[in-house]
Structures are given as C-alpha cells and as structure tokens.
Design a protein around this ligand. Structure first.
Ligand SMILES: CC(C)(COP(=O)(O)OP(=O)(O)OC[C@H]1O[C@@H](n2cnc3c(N)ncnc32)[C@H](O)[C@@H]1OP(=O)(O)O)[C@@H](O)C(=O)NCCC(=O)NCCS
Length: 145
C-alpha cells in the first residue's frame, strides 16, 4: 500500500467509497472545498493504483481536526484504516502540530479502536451530534505524538 496526497481527479473514486461508508456522506462540492482549503491535508491510500481508503485533517496553528476516515468495504479489516491514521499522525507531526481532535459515533467501535491504538483519548461527548441515525459523538484528542 502506498500513500499520495489527494488530488481533484481522485474525487470520483473517493465519492464511491464515501457513499458506501457514511449515511450522511460528503458530496463532490465538500471534497472540492476541503482540497482547495489552504489549511487542509488529505491523503489517499492506494493498492495497485486503486484507492482503498482516505483521511485528512484541517489545521489551525498547532491544532488539527481529523475530518474523515473511510476504507473501501472490500479492503476493511486488513489494517488499512490503522495504517492511514498512522500516516496522518506522522504528517501532523511533520507539520509541527501538537494536538489532533476528531469526532466519532459512540457506536463506531472499529474506528475508536484505531484511534485509541494511536493514542487518542475520549475527552468529551457531543449530544445528538449525528443524524441518520441520531447519535452522540465522542470527541477524542491526541496531544502526545
Ligand atoms: C472504521 C474503518 C475506517 C476501519 O477501517 P479498517 O481498514 O477496517 O480498519 P482496520 O483493519 O485497521 O481495523 C481496526 C480494528 O478494528 C477492527 N474492526 C474493523 N472493522 C470491524 C468490524 N466491522 N467489526 C468489528 N471489528 C472491526 C479490526 O479487527 C481491527 O482490530 P484488530 O487490529 O484488533 O484486529 C472502516 O470500517 C470504515 O471505513 N467504516 C465506515 C466509515 C467510518 O466509520 N469512518 C470512521 C469515521 S470516525
């Protein structure tokens, strides 16, 4: 598996994974906005030139906010998500960030397992943060990487 910075011509492939991954998913415009933001950092993971997953963060000063993480259903449970977050943390470190935050559905134990593995801790809960279905978000933070 190799990593590349996400590019505009990756969006079609990313949208297919996005739709399979989230009930309330990003649309093309959201990807365009995220990729064109000067404080955005998005990576795609590729296997034999096919995109198998992606993630990214926005950052302000020394704090980053992981905004998404998705792995193609056919490539799940093979460690791809774990490797993507490892890579993202390395990128955050290289940029001089000191803290990373994210929100995750309280029922999403696969994602939480990955984040905890890489040092994220639950610091807060946002009531009914998600729709479809309505669910609380756990806010997680990593300030030790
Ligand atoms: C969450 C997600 C990114 C995980 O990707 P992945 O590549 O399958 O993750 P990994 O293979 O690195 O697995 C991480 C751990 O979770 C476990 N796991 C993954 N999917 C699981 C599932 N459906 N049920 C139970 N455990 C699961 C794995 O076994 C692994 O644990 P282990 O290392 O102890 O065996 C992927 O399921 C996904 O894209 N989900 C939909 C989008 C989403 O929820 N994104 C997160 C938003 S915060």
């Amino acid at each position: 598996m190799n990593f590349e910075m996400a590019r505009l011509d990756n969006i079609d492939e990313m949208l297919k994974i996005e739709k399979k991954s989230f009930a309330s998913h990003w649309n093309r415009q959201t990807f365009l906005d995220e990729f064109s933001a000067d404080n955005g950092h998005y990576v795609v993971a590729k296997e034999s030139s096919r995109i198998v997953g992606y993630s990214g963060f926005r950052y302000v000063l020394d704090e980053g906010h992981i905004t998404t993480l998705a792995v193609h259903p056919k490539f799940r449970k093979k460690g791809v998500g774990t490797k993507i977050i490892e890579r993202l943390i390395a990128d955050a470190k290289e940029k001089g960030l000191k803290k990373l935050f994210l929100e995750v559905r309280q029922s999403n134990s696969p994602a939480q397992k990955i984040y905890k593995r890489w040092g994220f801790k639950v610091i807060d809960r946002r009531r009914e943060y998600y729709q479809h279905p309505v669910e609380d978000a756990l806010v997680m933070q990593n300030d030790n990487f």
